[in-house]
Structure formats: C-alpha cells, structure tokens
Design a protein around this ligand. Structure first.
Ligand code: ADP
Length: 479
C-alpha cells in the first residue's frame, strides 16, 4: 500500500504528495508519496509557529502534559506497526525499528513528566527589601532539522522537550524518512496540540531547511546531521543571533586491552561497528587493539562476522539490514576502496550482496593493519565499515583514541579497574563506555559530544532544558 502524506501547517494538512520514497530492502516497494514544501510553505509554517507561541508558552503544565502523555501512550500501543514502518523506510532491522519506537514513547513520557517538574528559584537580593526570582521561559519558535538514521527517536528527543518547555516548532525531517516523521506529527496533532504549535515541513534541506536558517523568526535551531550542514546552521544562526545546537559526526574509538574478556570485546565491537548497518553517529569505527590480544580478537571477530545474517530488514531473522540508499552505498564502497589504496588489509566483507529483492546490501567490512593517519581512520564513513588499529599498550591506545577531530563517544574493553577509571577520566569524548558498545544510550541522561561532534548544550534528560529555555531574572521591591 502506498500512502500519500501532506505537510502540517497551522493545523491544516497541506500540499500535494508527490515525492516518492522507496524501501532500501526492496527498491520495487514504494513506501509512500510525500509533499515537498517550497520556501513559501516554510515561511507560512514559521509564521504559524510564531503566532502560536504566546498562548502555548503560557499554557501551563497540565495542557502540555496531556498531549505528551497521550502521544507516548499511542506510540507505545502502536510500537510494532510503527517499528515495522520505520524498518521498511530506513532499512534497520525490525527489532531495531521497534526498539527505536519504544524509545520515542519513553522520551515523550519522560518530558511529559518534566512539564510537572518545572521550577524556578527565589533568593533575597543583596539590596534589603528586594526579592529576586529566577525562572525559565520557552525560547520561541524552534526549528528542528533531523537526519535519516534515527527517523523517530531523534525527532522525539527534540520535539518532546521543545513542547514540554513551551516552545512552538517547525520540524523538517530528512528526505529519506518522511513516513516516521509524519506518523509522529499525526499522533501529536490528534493528541490535541493547538494549531500552529507543531508544523511539519517535509522537503529538501537546501530549500526548506535553508528557509528556516534564513528566517529571523526562528529563535533557535536544533540540528542533527552532517558536519557540512552543521556549519551552515552555525553560520546562519550567528548571523541571526539565535540559539543553536548541533549534533554531527563521530569517529568513535573502541579500545580493546590485553586483559579484556574476549567475548565482551567482540560483542561490543560487532554491535558498535555494524548494528544499524553502522549508520549511527555513535558507531565504533576505530577498533584500537593492543598487541597481545590482537590476533585472538581478530580471529574471533571474523568468526562472528561470518555468522551475521544480512538481509531484508522486515525479515525477523535479519541481523543487519541494507544500507539506506544508493548514495550512502557508494560512499561506503568508495571508502572501502580508499582503505585498500591506503594500504590497509580488507580482512572481511566489503562486497555487495544479492538477495531475493533488489536492495542496497553490503557485507560488513573489517580492515586490519590500518594506521590512525589513514582517511578511513579520520573521516566518518557512516556504514558497516570498521578498521583495527594495532597499538602496543594502554598509553598508546588512549593517545590514538583521542587523536581525532571528533569526540562523541568512546569505549574500552578491559578487566582492569585502573585502566577503566583512567580512560573514563581522560577520554576526550562526551560519552564513555566501559565494557559496553559505544552506541546505545539511555534516554533520561545527557547525550552529546565534544570537538567536531557537537556544539551547544546537551540533548536529552533534564539537560535538554538548557537549550529549550531561556532564564529570566526578575527583581521585585517588596515595599
Ligand atoms: P546526512 O548526511 O545525515 O544526510 P545532512 O546534513 O545532509 O546529513 O542532512 C541532515 C538534515 O539537514 C536533513 O534533514 C537535511 O535535509 C538537512 N539539510 C541539508 N542541507 C540543508 C541546508 N542547506 N539547510 C538546512 N538544512 C539542510
């Protein structure tokens, strides 16, 4: 069945659904047709969000709680259907699609709770007889621009706090995953959001996204995507003196020390590097392995990789789905060629696979004998490709782990408390994992990185408040 979806602007579903999306597991399967907004629709959506802000920002906790809770409940009740639709549209496995949908429900539930926990502070002034109040207010119109790799969780972790703290929204999802975006907006709309509070503008980044960047009426932008677009968001936001928050790439290291439990290390590496087809900004793309465990680790990795089932995302047996589209597949294959030219040894995979249906199937690739100076060690590939960098000891491993322009996540597999503790303290990443995959985080604690990975305050958990509110300090003469 092909669905036809429109944009939501000022409470109305508008626009002709014309742009086709296909299933990466089966390119003969059309997922749906979607409206593609132009600059005028982006401007209308921004104006609607601006007009809706005064009332929504003063709506009080109960109104916001009701919408967010209802949304959470519906997403949870429909998790299998929405998760399946997500897997069909993006290519991650059914289990990953359902898991991500549950995560979205949890995020809406968490921020529903936050509406009831909003508080301020009151202190005596240094001037006798004067009281000082510190309160938080919504920022205004928030532009939300999201990527394709977490089609429902990333929109949820931006939309839920934006609404909870009284902002209105213009939401521009990635072109490849409009169905998940439409679904979440449809649920929120039916849950009772007043018109204009949440606007959906599907369309091209260079058109709709750019119109948002260029508008003086967008008061804040939360962006997740590539470094290149992130820089555009930053430059345009400085021009308009608006708040912005960026989550971009990663080149996350997983350190495996001689004393690691080999089964734990292989689990962490396979999950971190290849699950979700390696299309996670938190993926472990650099496996930094010390001398004495190197050969055992590599043998165990190859053995495990050989057992992975790569196939149609909607087949329950599949462990690794297809790459999201032809462009990303080409990028992955180009990097595999670059790795070979640079002198790394392709020890496993890297070739295209035929399945029953035409899709973008790629066997997970593992490089050995790579150095940290190679392009495959420095640039984000965003596919099922990882490389092993052999080092002599922990000190060298830490140096290599930190020698990167990025700093989102990092991980270490070790049974040494001393090294685990030292790594947690000295890793230059926003999130550090000990004996856990570098990907896979909780929804109630801060998410974000350092260096070229992130800019601005953290997302998720109570830390999200920092971005989605602005502080007011009010002085009153008590008389
Ligand atoms: P990815 O490599 O994940 O596709 P992009 O940065 O290209 O990363 O895309 C992330 C989001 O940014 C998408 O929603 C995309 O449409 C949007 N985008 C792309 N170009 C622009 C732009 N010039 N202005 C605003 N948003 C853009």
């Amino acid at each position: 069945m092909t669905v036809h979806r429109k944009n939501l602007i000022d409470g109305e579903w508008l626009g002709e659904a014309g742009s086709r999306n296909i299933n990466p597991s089966n390119t003969n399967d059309v997922v749906g047709e979607y409206a593609s907004a132009g600059p005028e629709e982006a401007t209308q959506a921004i104006a609607a969000a601006k007009a809706a802000f005064p009332a929504w920002s003063r709506s009080g906790p109960l109104a916001r709680h009701a919408v967010l809770k209802k949304t959470s409940d519906e997403i949870m009740a429909r998790k299998d259907e929405i998760g399946r639709s997500l897997a069909r549209e993006e290519g991650k496995t059914l289990a990953e699609g359902v898991g991500e949908t549950i995560r979205a429900a949890q995020l809406f539930d968490f921020f529903a709770g936050e509406t009831l926990r909003l508080s301020g502070e009151m202190v005596p002034s240094v001037r006798p007889g004067v009281g000082v109040e510190m309160t938080r207010e919504g920022v205004g119109v928030v532009g939300i621009i999201t990527p394709w790799n977490f089609p429902i969780a990333i929109p949820a972790w931006k939309i839920a706090p934006a609404l909870a703290y009284g902002n209105t929204i213009v939401f521009k999802p990635a072109e490849l995953v409009p169905e998940s975006a439409w679904t979440i907006v449809d649920i929120l709309h039916r849950a009772g959001l007043p018109k204009g509070v949440l606007n959906l503008v599907m369309g091209k980044g260079s058109v709709v996204g750019q119109a948002m960047l260029d508008s003086p009426d967008v008061n804040a932008i939360s962006f997740t995507g590539s470094v290149g677009t992130g820089k555009r968001v930053a430059a345009a936001s400085v021009e308009h003196m608006r708040k912005f928050q960026l989550e971009m790439g990663g080149k996350n290291p997983l350190v495996v020390l001689d004393d690691a439990d080999i089964a734990v290390a292989v689990d962490c590496a396979v999950n971190g590097a290849y699950f979700s087809t390696g299309q996670r900004c938190t993926a472990s793309s650099r496996l930094i392995v010390t001398d004495a465990i190197h050969d055992r680790f590599v043998d165990a990795m190859k053995e495990r990789l050989d057992t992975l089932v790569i196939g149609d995302a909607l087949d329950a047996k599949t462990q690794i789905g297809p790459v999201v589209d032809q462009t990303q597949l080409k990028q992955d294959e180009d990097y595999i060629a670059i790795g070979r030219q640079e002198g790394a040894e392709l020890a496993f995979g890297g070739e295209r696979l035929e399945r029953e249906t035409p899709g973008f199937y790629l066997r997970p690739a593992l490089f050995l004998g790579s150095t940290n100076a190679m392009r495959i060690s420095r640039e984000e590939i965003f596919g099922p490709v990882a490389n092993v960098i052999r080092v002599k000891d922990y000190d060298e491993a830490l140096t290599v782990a930190n020698d990167t322009p990025f700093g989102l996540t990092s991980g270490i597999c070790t049974t040494s408390l001393k090294h685990a503790t030292h790594f947690k303290r000295n890793s230059e990443a926003g999130m550090v994992m000990v004996n856990l995959p570098t990907a896979g985080v909780d929804f109630h604690v801060p998410f974000g990185g350092r260096k070229g990975s992130s800019y601005g305050s953290r997302e998720q958990g109570r830390y999200a408040m920092e971005f989605y509110t602005t502080v007011k300090t009010a002085y009153t003469l008590a008389g």
